[in-house]
Design a protein around this ligand. Structure first.
Ligand SMILES: O=C1O[C@H](COP(=O)(O)O)[C@@H](O)[C@H](O)[C@H]1O
Length: 321
């Protein structure tokens, strides 16, 4: 039985969810890139380091994963100016590393993110929380959907993210596909130092009516995977049967985890997640293990059956430009 009480932000309409989700993502982006939720684009400010709060800074330093910092070391006049240059270079090379789910989440992101001016797309590394093993041009492909609905619609002048889809040649071999995706993660998160788990800045999750999260299905053995970063799924009970998914330890190691769920069809499962954590649905497991770093963004329909939860009023973190 969990004692974790997640933050739940509820909105009357889809547009409210989309707006708040986008704000939360941009805040996470700014925090990852600049250590400050409200940091605006300019990188020329060499005092940026003083604006990093100590928690964010120590987090970055200790995790010491693949921040692609090639120390410049040239042209420095004094020790302090070369230190400044190295610091600046490091700041310029910072990436916002996000894990994306598919499904209904994609339209929320499309609605919320594309209209914003402060998404620094070119600094995003986009991985997938799960993927269905179907061709990218199938409407069932999480990558395909995200690409056609979001990434292909980013105005060119706003830059383009680094996107890491699965290897489309491995659709018939779920184990190999999962292993290969794990290697992609290792390259992105642990190329310099070995790390036990990758630490995403943010993982975005949906939740299906049957309670599955990413491609972690209720009662499936992948829920208990404690070693692999990425696991194959062979017999999903709904949608495409073969998939790969990030594992529970990886999701729960993320700096932040966001659930985005809307619609009355989700009301029964949300009520089970919130009121019967002992049922062990995947979302309840994540609520428990990532306690303190989880926020739910829902519409009122999705939480209409839940009694006795405290819904928070969302306070926008990023000042609009
Ligand atoms: O199969 C999947 O379903 C979940 C939930 O999707 P939704 O449309 O009910 O929000 C999704 O998060 C996951 O990425 C997807 O592969």
């Amino acid at each position: 039985m969990t004692t974790a009480v997640p933050l739940i932000y509820s909105f009357p309409e889809f547009s409210g969810v989309a707006e708040a989700v986008a704000d939360h993502i941009v805040a996470a982006q700014n925090h990852a890139l600049y250590g400050d939720y409200n940091r605006k684009k300019s990188l020329s400010d060499t005092n940026i380091a003083s604006q990093l709060n100590s928690a964010a800074e120590s987090m970055r330093l200790t995790k010491s994963v693949s921040e692609h910092h090639s120390a410049s070391g040239n042209g420095s006049n004094t020790p302090s100016s070369s230190r400044e240059q190295r610091k600046k270079k490091k700041e310029e090379n910072r990436r916002f590393r996000i894990g994306l789910s598919g499904g209904s989440l994609i339209s929320v992101l499309r609605e919320g993110l594309l209209k914003r001016q402060d998404v620094e797309w070119s600094k995003w590394d986009v991985y997938f929380a799960d993927e269905r093993l179907v061709p990218f041009d199938s409407p069932e492909s999480n990558y395909g959907k995200a690409k056609s609905q979001i990434f292909d619609n980013i105005p060119p002048e706003k830059g383009y993210p680094n996107i890491f889809p699965i290897d489309e040649n491995l659709l018939n071999d779920p184990q190999e596909c999962a292993d290969t995706y794990e290697k992609t993660l290792i390259k992105g998160f642990a190329s310099k130092d070995s790390v036990k788990l990758p630490m995403f800045d943010l993982i975005l999750l949906g939740c299906a009516p049957d309670g599955h999260v990413a491609s972690l299905f209720p009662n499936h053995e992948t829920l208990r995977e404690s070693y692999a970063w990425c696991a194959p799924v062979l017999n999903a009970p709904s949608g495409p049967p073969t998939r790969i998914t990030l594992t529970v330890p990886v999701i729960c190691h993320s700096h932040r985890v966001m659930f985005v769920v809307e619609g009355a069809t989700k009301a029964p499962v949300i009520s089970t997640i919130m009121e019967r954590p002992d049922k062990g649905l995947p979302a309840s497991i994540i609520n428990e293990k990532a306690a303190g770093r989880i926020a739910w963004f829902v519409d009122d329909d999705a939480v209409k059956d839940v009694v006795g939860i405290t819904k928070k009023r969302y306070k926008f973190l990023v000042h609009s430009e």
